[in-house]
Design a protein around this ligand. Structure first.
Ligand code: ADP
Ligand code: MG
Length: 697
């Protein structure tokens, strides 16, 4: 249960003064719906109003607070589009205040002729004349205190101004109280970090431009807090898993050897090594929690199957969970192929199985008739009961949360821990591995199966679309199948869809019914249907939003066209490209860009042309990914941090890991004084999943 001291942090933003339903909606778009979301919403710039120059000294555009005498008002003639002007002066010069669509009553009230006023805002130099449009502040001289000297500037959204955002976030920070210190005093002393509340105050009330840098002491402390919470949570999970007794399962070879006979290829060295590591874990009496990391196409599925068969050889059941229905069905098919003639019963269960069919599968699972079950998260559901599930594979594990992993573990026989093999194709930069997989042992498939032809990657302007269509036509005549991926539009699924549908209509006019469309809003069955037609070659071009990103395997597809490639994260492009180049034929990937590319965008696409190594791409992606270029990262598999910047604070990760290990070694239940404080930290950053495994403190 969340500690009471944090209740105000997790209140809805509408509870803040001046935040109504409309503003709350807008806030939600840019930050979130709770007070805590505003607290973590950090300024990205400052407005410095300290400059108070004489008018004659203003030579360039600048933010300034002016002390001026109000002169003549010049209202525009009725119905004219001209602005309302107010002439002001000091002893040295003249400045015009300009209001578009101004309400003259209001302006006359605020700026009475013949009176002194403080005016703060951006002065612009226009043909040697000074003007200021819509001043931020217009106050009488005695109210100087109401003008903030330095104002934080936050990432904004339509409907909320800088001023309003700053005021609301200030209200949010006023809701916070000092929290009991969870960091070691010696660490605070050594690093010169402030206490939590002070750090937060500093972060939101910057006094100069350094104060909004990720490297300033206050932000570093807040980032460390967050990374420590992340590492503690992972370490708690890790200790939890390791503590439980697992079932030692020795491979007998009874089934595995038969599968080896079936395979038309030899395992790569990396596959063999990973398999050995996993088998060794499974033979141990403690539970396995291992990650199999391997680029797209590195051959994880066969490794997963062989490991699941170890469980079956020990008269246990195994499960493999995929993030989408299509993928689950595809796994099911390939497992059936690989186990042809082998004495193992494989079933599949997804959201689409209903009624009698579902009942039958559930019954077979409960009585042990099914040895290996393939499915989606429907496998975690309450009414799914297993006879003796002792091993689970989670494919594309970054699509699942820790919670889901836990509900899966709960399906094991009482008091027994399940062996878990997580798999991911997302190459995480080495510096970040700990933040993502800190709780797991890792096996890597760092070698691709032989016999693949490298993919020819080209970067082209979208304006060449006619040439591209003509080339597609030729490719299809030569038997190619084409993925045509439409862009992410401002992270809105609806707009994604519109773009894809438009391209689909366009291509259908040319290619007729040989074009298919697949997107996230379609029913699972419809998606399957289209996918099947593409696999069978009934359609040549599959227009898709990024739903095809994960896992699907259509070896005949040799062309990948990605529109507005500049809008995708590099890792995402890499995943997409990984859909092709799966057979022996030459494959081509066309990355199409919209308008003129900036230098960073160019550099990013260049990397895609130069390398096919997911690790290099992930590292570069991180390096080049500036603020505002994070589009596409929602599927990158990187954990979301609220304050910490993975680029700037990666140096803190190892430190926090060591700290977390030490903390739990000394106080494994977080029940000492510092432990109690650390529990608050975990709740603060919403990394409390593991807390319920600790004895209450
Ligand atoms: P991923 O790691 O992306 O899940 P898959 O398991 O789907 O990769 O494997 C990609 C393709 O490579 C499949 O068609 C599979 O049959 C093939 N494959 C796997 N291992 C080998 C190997 N050792 N030699 C040749 N082909 C392999
Ligand atoms: Mg796969």
């Amino acid at each position: 249960m969340r500690p009471e001291i944090l209740y105000p942090f997790f209140a809805e933003t509408v509870s803040l003064p001046g935040v109504g339903v409309r503003i709350a909606k807008n806030l939600e778009k840019v930050a979130g719906s709770r007070v805590i979301d505003l607290i973590w919403h950090m300024p990205i710039d400052i407005i410095d109003r300290r400059s108070s120059p004489n008018l004659k000294d203003i030579l360039f555009d600048q933010i300034a607070t002016l002390e001026v005498m109000i002169g003549k008002h010049e209202a525009p003639p009725p119905k004219s589009k001209a602005p309302y002007r107010v002439w002001c002066h000091d002893d040295t010069g003249v400045v015009q205040l300009i209001f578009f669509h101004g309400h003259s009553d209001y302006i006359m009230n605020q700026l009475p002729e013949g009176q002194m006023r403080l005016i703060s805002g951006k002065v612009e130099v226009y043909n040697g004349n000074l003007q200021m449009s819509h001043p931020d502040y217009m106050l009488s001289l005695d109210k100087r205190d109401e003008i903030p000297q330095i104002e934080p500037v936050y990432p904004l959204t339509a409907g909320i101004s800088t001023k309003v955002m700053a005021r609301i976030i200030n209200e949010a920070t006023l809701r916070t109280t000092e929290l009991p210190e969870w960091l070691d005093q010696s660490l605070l002393d050594r690093e010169g970090w402030p206490r939590w509340k002070q750090a937060l105050a500093n972060a939101h009330h910057p006094e100069n431009i350094e104060d909004i840098s990720n490297h300033c002491l206050s932000r570093t402390r807040l980032a460390y807090d967050e990374i420590l919470a992340n590492q503690l949570a992972l370490e708690i999970m890790r200790r939890q898993t390791k503590k439980k007794k697992g079932r030692p399962m020795q491979a007998t070879g009874k089934l595995i050897d038969k599968v080896f006979d079936n395979l038309p290829y030899q395992l790569t060295k990396a596959q063999q090594r990973s398999l050995d590591e996993i088998k060794k874990d499974m033979a141990e009496p403690s539970a396995m929690i291992r990650l199999l990391q391997g680029d797209v196409g590195s051959g994880k599925t066969v490794v997963a199957l062989l490991c699941m068969l170890v469980a079956v050889e020990n008269d246990c059941q195994a499960a493999i969970i995929a993030p989408t229905e299509i993928l689950a069905r595809q796994h099911y098919q390939s497992l059936l192929t690989m186990t042809e003639g082998v004495d193992v019963k494989i079933g599949v269960l997804t959201g689409r199985d209903k009624g009698k069919a579902r009942q039958k599968i559930l019954a077979d699972l409960a009585n042990g008739d099914i040895d290996i079950i393939v499915g989606t998260h429907s496998l975690f559901q309450k009414d799914v009961v297993y006879h003796d599930l002792s091993m689970a594979v989670i494919d594309e594990q970054h699509r699942f949360g820790v919670e889901q992993r836990l509900s899966l573990s709960a399906k094991a026989k009482k008091t027994m821990a399940m062996d878990i093999l997580a798999m991911t194709a997302t190459p995480i930069p080495r510096t970040l591995t700990l933040t993502v997989y800190g709780d797991m042992d890792v096996s890597r498939l760092d070698e691709k199966p032989p016999g693949r032809t490298p993919i020819d990657t080209r970067v082209m302007a979208l304006s060449k679309i006619d040439d591209i269509i003509a080339a597609s036509q030729r490719a299809i005549e030569n038997g190619a199948r084409i993925y045509w991926v439409c862009p992410l539009v401002e992270q809105s699924e609806l707009l994604d869809l519109a773009a894809a549908e438009e391209r689909y209509r366009h291509l259908s006019q040319i290619f007729g019914d040989r074009v298919g469309l697949i997107h996230g809003k379609m029913k699972a069955q419809e998606k399957d249907e289209v996918m099947k037609r593409f696999m069978a070659g009934d359609i040549d071009i599959l227009v898709a939003t990024t739903v095809i990103e994960v896992g699907v395997d259509v070896p005949e597809a040799t062309v990948m066209i990605i529109e507005h490639a500049e809008r995708f994260g590099l890792s995402q492009l890499h995943q997409l490209r990984g859909r092709i180049g799966r057979g022996a034929d030459q494959s081509t990937c066309l990355m199409l860009y919209g308008s003129a590319l900036g230098t960073t965008a160019k550099a990013r696409l260049k990397i895609m042309r130069e390398t096919d190594d997911g690790f290099i791409i992930a590292e570069e992606d991180l390096k080049l990914r500036g603020a505002g270029e994070v589009l596409g990262t929602r599927q990158s598999g990187l954990p979301k941090f609220k304050v910490a910047s993975l680029e700037d604070h990666s140096g803190l990760i190892a430190m926090a890991r060591d700290d977390a290990r030490l903390i739990l070694e000394r106080d494994s239940d977080l029940s000492g004084q510092r432990g109690k404080n650390l529990r608050i930290l975990l709740y603060l950053f919403e990394r409390d999943e593991g807390v319920r495994y600790l004895k209450s403190g």
